[in-house]
Design a protein around this ligand. Structure first.
Ligand SMILES: Cc1cc2nc3c(=O)[nH]c(=O)nc-3n(C[C@H](O)[C@H](O)[C@H](O)COP(=O)(O)O)c2cc1C
Length: 221
């Protein structure tokens, strides 16, 4: 498959078929991740593959708590874009004096228990020390992000659906997934055969986002 075809065709998948994913495909997806660029070729990424029901449940529970935290304690309900998520009422979660806005009451996280495979992508900050990373402390995260995008595109080219998922409470989830405390848990990549075609989100026009700078001209954006 052409790279551009995969880039344009890939969509976030939140509905999965229970069909198991072949081991070779999982390994091909992770191998694709390892070809991503990284500062000084430091390759700071680590991958933990999970397919068992107990861990899926733990991920869902953790997401439920993270959702409560983000929506009700940090965002002050300012996340209208979250209506796209597949979330059900947050039963049993205390809201204190707050009531969730109606749109949030229709969210649910149950799809997480039906995701066939999770790949936790972690990054080691010690692999990208300042000298390799031009004084910045976030190179390991950028590298992991590049690795994740490779995974999503590879998954698509192999006929798999995928989702870049970050709705978790990192500190409490890491020990449950066997991720060492010194690593940064960048994302959970959901993988599996899609149940139906994921919706196509819109994209802003390239012409609205790009400007060709002419010689001698200053960028006033
Ligand atoms: C850094 C990052 C974090 C994301 N976290 C989540 C998430 O926690 N839950 C979720 O359902 N989607 C998550 N997504 C997926 C985005 O919602 C999705 O990419 C976006 O809506 C565009 O849709 P598309 O991927 O189908 O083009 C995340 C994407 C990125 C890049």
């Amino acid at each position: 498959m052409e790279v551009l075809e995969a880039i344009r065709g890939r969509r976030s998948c939140r509905r999965y078929d229970p069909r198991p994913v072949e081991q070779e495909k999982l390994l091909a997806v992770v191998e694709a991740a390892t070809w991503a660029p990284s500062p000084g070729n430091s390759q700071p990424w680590r991958f933990v593959i999970m397919q068992d029901a107990a861990r899926k449940k733990a991920i869902r529970e953790n997401a439920r708590l993270a959702l409560r935290y983000h929506l009700y304690e940090v965002s002050g309900f300012q996340l209208p874009a979250l209506h796209r998520f597949d979330l059900r009422p947050l039963d049993g979660v205390g809201f204190g004096s707050h009531r969730p806005p109606p749109v949030h009451e229709s969210y649910h996280l149950d799809f997480l228990e039906r995701v066939p495979v999770f790949v936790a992508v972690a990054a080691d900050p010690r692999a990208t020390p300042d000298w390799v990373n031009e004084g910045r402390d976030d190179g390991h995260k950028y590298a992991a992000a590049a690795a994740i995008q490779n995974m999503l595109l590879a998954a698509y080219s192999l006929g798999l659906g995928s989702l870049w998922f970050t709705l978790f409470h990192e500190r409490s989830l890491k020990p449950q997934l066997g991720v060492a405390p010194q690593l940064h848990l960048v994302a959970l990549v959901c993988l599996g055969y899609a149940a139906g075609a994921p919706p196509r989100g819109h994209r802003r026009e390239v012409s609205d986002l790009v400007r060709f700078l002419k010689e001698g001209e200053e960028d006033g954006t």
